[in-house]
Design a protein around this ligand. Structure first.
Ligand code: NPW
Ligand code: ADP
Ligand code: K
Length: 487
């Protein structure tokens, strides 16, 4: 787990350490990583230095690389007189070391690496045409790119591309990690992320959020003397006509992730009597499922019929832990009286797992508005409904009603296929049924879901054609490996 910092916090940390010449440290660290990537000192480097301190970092790195005998071309896009003091000093030191500056990328250069120091955390608005063209030009060079602090053009807060953004092969982030590296378009631009704290000890400083990049708290190993009643019972309610699979997938995932019993209540008027591929599932009359279950999932394939609405009205006042997904969220958006019932539930007893479209429906805004600031959206929903929110997608956001938030780093685009969300519900519900507290179950469930897909990728399965059923099987293997320390 790594702390994530917002802009105000990073600015405050910078202010507290103004006298420590952090730019020299940042530039030296960048040159060190660049040297490793270059291997031979004969290899040449193209350095892009922008109008602010990010450009200053780049100029310091250029000086060190030149001193190590690398041929270095520097493209500088700012103006000496407008540079902040440290960057101006770096500019002067570069010239004093015999370095030269170009206004554009030379047409016939040959480089083995690009260092991107155009913009860091100071990018404050969408890039204009000149910078967009420069960035596109770099992206088409087809060279490895080391981005300083954050790939230029990427918003450090939201992971949005502000006009155009550098596609880095490596990002060396300074002081602390930024949320924009890990959600929305961040992961497509950052490459391999490295962190250099520049020698600062900022452990005592407030953090904005947390990156989940390893398994969070795990359940305890099972007692030898346990029985199916010891591991809870998950009830899944959904599966209206033509959407039966969604509820089955959630139910199967709950079973594979260790729920003692799984009851599946299908709203379809012609419900299955048996899941032949998973005969352990107990398919029951939907009305009987809530009373049989210690944890409920409601939503996968639920539809928006009056029966679906009535079920939601019935279950929301029940005290058991609950996962609301898919159509349950759409019904919630349409029915204020359901929202009231949701808000009356005990704190920490509900998780909502919207994808961006469902979040937009809940907030009566557009998908683009949700994605423009995923963290703010998730926090808004968590506060409004007093529930844990999982805003799914690349870099899922987990937001808590008390204002804390997390970004999940696991997962891959193989998961962009129907059924994955249903599997996630089942995984979280199974962990809840096995007595994990809500917050832990959600964090572990979301990380495990993505890590299971990553493990499949590691074995050559996907991303093309990865299925939710495979992810559930893989999650079972992974959870057992983590809890029982197996390879
Ligand atoms: N300070 C420290 O202690 C340390 C800082 N460090 C490094 O500094 C970086 C932050 O530096 P920074 O604050 O100078 O911002 P930076 O990212 O270089 O950009 C600002 C410049 O860009 C401009 N600009 C913005 N948007 C634009 C646009 N769309 N289109 C065009 N121009 C635009 C903006 O101009 P203005 O908005 O004023 O017009 C200004 O000139 C940080 O990421 C890290 O790398 C490290 O050395 C560690 C210690
Ligand atoms: N590109 C991606 N990177 C990481 N995770 C992804 C990606 N695309 C989808 N996922 C994950 O897969 C799941 C998809 O859920 P959802 O959109 O509800 O699909 P459905 O319910 O149709 O299966 C979510 O957990 C989401 O975070
Ligand atoms: K940069």
């Amino acid at each position: 787990m790594h702390p994530l910092y917002d802009l105000a916090q990073l600015r405050e940390i910078e202010q507290q350490h103004l006298a420590e010449n952090l730019m020299e440290k940042a530039g030296l660290a960048a040159a060190g990583l660049a040297s490793k990537l270059l291997q031979s000192h004969e290899y040449s480097v193209l350095v892009l230095a922008g109008p602010g301190n990010n450009g200053g970092d780049a100029l310091v790195a250029a000086r060190h690389l030149k001193a190590a005998w690398h041929p270095v071309t520097v493209v500088f896009t700012g103006q000496r007189e407008a540079l902040p003091p440290d960057a101006a000093a770096a500019y002067d030191a570069w010239l004093a070391a015999g370095g030269e500056l170009c206004a554009e990328i030379p047409a016939h250069g040959h480089w083995q690496l690009v260092i991107d120091g155009l913009f860091g955390i100071g990018l404050s608005r969408p890039l204009g045409s000149r910078y967009r063209a420069l960035i596109e030009q770099v992206n088409t060079l087809g060279l490895p790119v080391l981005a300083l602090d954050i790939p230029s053009g990427l918003c450090m807060t939201t992971g949005r591309v502000l006009g155009a953004a550098i596609h880095a092969s490596h990002t060396l982030s300074f002081i602390g990690l930024k949320p924009g590296l890990f959600t929305l378009d961040g992961p497509d631009h950052v490459g391999e992320v490295h962190l250099d704290a520049l020698g600062l000890d900022i452990q005592h400083h407030d953090v904005a959020g947390v990156l989940i990049d390893q398994p969070p708290a795990l359940p305890c190993p099972r007692r030898r003397n346990s029985h199916k009643g010891s591991h809870g019972s998950v009830g899944v309610i959904g599966g209206a006509d033509y959407m039966v699979g969604a509820a089955i997938l959630a139910s199967r995932a709950a079973l594979l992730l260790g729920a003692g019993r799984v009851y599946c209540g299908l709203l379809s008027p012609q419900p299955l009597a048996l899941d032949t591929a998973q005969a352990e599932l107990m398919l029951r009359d939907v009305a009987s499922v809530p009373a049989l279950s210690s944890v409920l999932v409601i939503g996968p394939g639920l539809g928006n019929s009056s029966a679906a609405l009535a079920m939601l009205h019935e279950v929301l006042p029940q005290a058991k832990p609950m996962v609301l997904d898919a159509d349950a969220l759409n019904l919630l958006a349409d029915h204020p009286e359901l929202q009231t019932k949701l808000r009356q539930r005990a704190p920490g007893s509900t998780v909502l797992t919207p994808h961006p479209g469902e979040a937009a429906t809940l907030l009566a805004c557009s998908n683009a508005e949700v994605q423009a600031d995923r963290i703010a959206t998730a926090l808004k929903l968590a506060h409004s409904y007093q529930a844990i929110i999982v805003l799914k997608g690349c870099g899922s956001i987990i937001a808590l009603p008390d204002g804390r938030w997390f970004i999940n780093q696991s997962g891959n685009p193989g998961m962009a296929s129907a059924g994955m969300g249903d599997t996630l519900c089942g995984i979280i519900a199974a962990l809840l049924a096995q007595a994990m507290p809500m917050e832990q179950a959600v964090l572990l469930g979301v990380y495990l879901h993505g890590a299971a897909a990553d493990a499949l990728l590691g074995r050559g399965i996907g991303p093309i054609g990865l299925t939710a059923s495979e992810v559930a099987m893989s999650a079972r293997a992974l959870l057992n490996a983590w809890v029982y320390g197996r390879e």
